[in-house]
Design a protein around this ligand. Structure first.
Ligand code: BG6
Length: 478
């Protein structure tokens, strides 16, 4: 380490999971079907995620990984005990909207669903683990897609408001940290998984997406309002799929391209955090002939109810260029296709690895918003192999995390206010992008393969003990 930064005393070390990738029990306890429940493993998944959806029904003979996932629904006590053993200060998890309102537009909530999360939060609080709750992590109740076209429709604001008020009321004594939509900017890149949106042939894509974005932004602001009213000591943030964009060269065109690309994402957070549409967005709407329909109070709602903190995921930086030859070298990425940066290594799934980019991203977000940040996802997806003795020596994961933690410490030293860090998938879970189990992020191994075979047994990896030590020493032992 280049400095002796101390992590803040109450730094929230932990991990992050999502209902649809961990819980399973996809129709148990009164839960309704959601968008993610329709995503298979394999090559069709990607196309569906982007919105090429011809049917909203399950197909016979297809394996759907969310249906059982890692069975967190039945095993949460065991899993939380393991998180507690690692010393977690917080756990980021999401509530499945369709457990609370199975159809999304039901007049009353489903008590069994509410009880399930009561139990989960109680279990966390028993170990002094702070729940950090995302209200919607990709999974839109399928009925809302079928009947209303999901976020294309303004009525969604009402349904989401009703849902969020219900959970704020119910869990106000248990949950202090909230987030509205997971990776809200995903909507522009993979609209079906991002926001339940299917674009019809006769629809103008940009118009539909930015209109849907407006609905989500108003809904998010109303959730902020409700959270502040119902939970006076609550804190509610937004959630961005972040990763600073670097210009590929110092050619001014590349510099501008990088700014422009970043703004595609910052657009959402500019509205959620600063409370108004930025000038560049208005220009973009005008030049693309987009008419965003707003109601008279919308601007005031956005202005008055901005987020308390900026939550974000960081897996890699991105690269921008205007040179057609360079543009042909795309790196794999989490939906966010980006040019390969020749200075970076990549994971087995082709995701580029850039620890320093975390420091860059933290500094940029801090400079832009001047609000606390919360790193709510980061980690390495790798194909862990069990040794003959049944252990997993994931030194590569430790190396990955350590290098990112060092840069996080640098950012703190730079003056960035960071509330906490939750690594993605502290226990192996279903990959959102591919549906695989083989793409593992965990400190805890789950015995299950891509076809759904396995005992679901939990096994501690080497990184389990490493992270335990990092948390216990509050980062001193990095
Ligand atoms: C983020 C999502 O995009 O990346 C998570 O919020 C997801 O849901 C994570 O799992 C990692 O992506 P993947 O495709 O490796 O699961």
């Amino acid at each position: 380490r280049t400095n002796q930064t101390r992590f803040p005393e109450n730094f929230l070390w932990g991990g992050a999971i999502a209902a649809n990738q961990a819980e399973g029990a996809y129709l148990e306890g009164g839960k309704g079907l959601t968008t993610v429940d329709l995503l298979p493993i394999g090559k069709d998944r990607f196309s569906l995620m982007l919105g090429n959806v011809d049917s909203l029904e399950l197909k016979d003979g297809v394996y759907y990984p969310s249906h059982e996932a890692i069975d967190f629904y039945h095993r949460f006590k065991e899993d939380i005990a393991l998180f507690a053993e690692m010393g977690f200060k917080c756990l980021r998890l999401s509530i499945a909207w369709a457990r609370i309102f199975p159809n999304g537009d039901d007049s009353a909530p489903n008590e069994e669903g509410l009880q399930f999360y009561d139990q989960v939060f109680d279990e966390l609080l028993k170990y002094n683990i702070e729940p950090v709750v995302t209200t919607c992590h990709f999974d839109v109740p399928i009925n809302l897609v079928e009947k209303y076209g999901s976020w294309k429709n303004r009525k969604m604001i009402e349904f989401y408001e009703n849902y969020t008020k219900t959970i704020f009321e119910r869990y106000k004594e248990k949950v202090k940290y909230w987030m509205t939509f997971n990776e809200i900017n995903m909507l522009l890149h993979a609209p079906f998984i991002g926001a339940g949106i299917v674009i019809k042939d006769d629809e103008e894509k940009k118009q539909v997406l930015y209109q849907a974005a407006h609905h989500q932004l108003v809904a998010s602001a109303l959730a902020v309002k409700a959270c502040h009213e119902i939970i006076p000591n609550g804190q509610i943030g937004c959630m961005l799929a972040a990763g600073a964009t670097y210009p590929y060269t110092c050619h001014p065109n590349d510099i501008w391209e990088a700014i422009d690309k970043d703004r595609e994402s910052y657009f959402f957070i500019d509205v959620q955090s600063r409370g108004e549409y930025p000038g560049y967005a208005k220009r973009y709407f005008k030049e693309n002939n987009l008419q965003i329909r707003m109601e008279k109070d919308d601007e005031e709602i956005l202005k008055n109810h901005t987020v308390d903190y900026i939550g974000f995921s960081y897996y890699a930086s991105r690269c921008a260029s205007t040179d057609p030859e360079v543009l042909s070298q795309l790196a794999e990425g989490n939906i966010f296709a980006s040019i390969k940066n020749p200075y970076l290594n990549e994971s087995e799934w082709g995701w580029q690895i850039d620890p320093q980019g975390l420091r860059v991203t933290c500094n940029q977000l801090h400079d832009r918003y001047q609000k606390p940040l919360f790193i709510v996802e980061n980690g390495l997806g790798a194909n862990d192999v069990l040794s003959d003795e049944g252990s997993i020596n994931d030194d590569y994961r430790i190396e990955y995390l350590k290098s990112h933690f060092i840069e996080m410490a640098e950012a703190i030293e730079d003056g960035v206010d960071i509330l906490g860090y939750t690594s993605w998938g502290p226990i192996d879970l279903v990959s959102a992008g591919t549906g695989e189990m083989k793409k593992r992020y965990g400190y805890i191994y789950v015995d299950k393969d891509n076809e759904g075979n396995g005992t679901l047994k939990r096994i501690k990896k080497k990184s389990f003990y490493w992270y335990q030590d990092i948390i216990q020493s509050n980062g001193e032992n990095l």
